[in-house]
Design a protein around this ligand. Sequence first.
Ligand code: SF4
Ligand code: MG
Length: 331
Amino acid sequence: KRPLVEVEGLKMYFPITAGLFRAKVGDVKAVDDVTFTIFEGETLGLVGESGCGKSTCGRAVLRLYEPTAGSVLIDGEDVLAAPPGELRALRPKMQMVFQDPQASLNPRMTVAGIIGEPLDEHTTLNRAQKLARIYELMDKVGLNRDFANRYPHEFSGGQRQRIGIARALALNPRFIVCDEPIAALDVSIQAQVVNLLEELQDSLGLTYLFISHDLSMVRHIADRVAVMYLGRIVELASRDALYEAPLHPYTQALLSAVPEPDPNAETTRQRIILKGDVPSPANPPKGCNFCTRCPKVMDLCRRVEPEYREVAPGHFTACHLHNQTAGQTAA
Ligand code: SF4
Ligand code: MG
């Protein structure tokens, strides 16, 4: 498979200032040295507890924030190095579906206006062509064309998310960041929206970064999964490897809280309860960033940061337990 999105060494730091002259006293390391690839046509799930940096990561990849460091290639084009004019030309390739359709849709614009806005900005379609395209997009996401002149508040949450998806599709993107696209929706309609995203992926050949805290949903939709903790990816693997044989103690703890898909499974997973809170990303622990909560912490972990590396084909993790040179480093 061909890589469509290549993220390397991505950092998103927010400065912390203090005092009368707002002197910089440190950084909140919201995303700290993140590297991953997304292959064309696949869904990479990005999971972790709230505040771990996954939304910031998704926005930094699309350059909705200006990242502190790193590189992002989308279809071979350097998104972070592009000057503003070129960035505008790259916009149609990469889009975002937001968590809260209520907040991300302009309440004073009609559905046709909302879906047509990117067409106005990036194409030279005439009125008739534009309307035809808007109708086509409404068909694609399952919205009745008769509703084109209605306003967002006249729709249910699920329908509003369909409007958001239609807008994201307007310019025929290759890559879409879906940031918790169903978290704000009623459970009864979450599956419909997920199914729609999957159908669109198949029919349009889309590539997704699917950000979610819902590990059961991600198991359903993702081909590969990355786990974030405190601004870093601690493990990345194929869906089956990650859910059936997680290597990182944090992934093991997260998964231990997810109900078993098969209630008749022979061995029931032991629930791992993590002690303490997630440390502040302004002051992460030295060594392994999980060392303050890890049930398997060793002395080495508090001194030496584990390298993020490929420990089995396609299976990456950052943990001294899976680092062949750990023994030597410790000695
Ligand atoms: Fe736990 Fe040490 Fe592995 Fe970090 S490096 S996850 S503290 S065992
Ligand atoms: Mg899929």
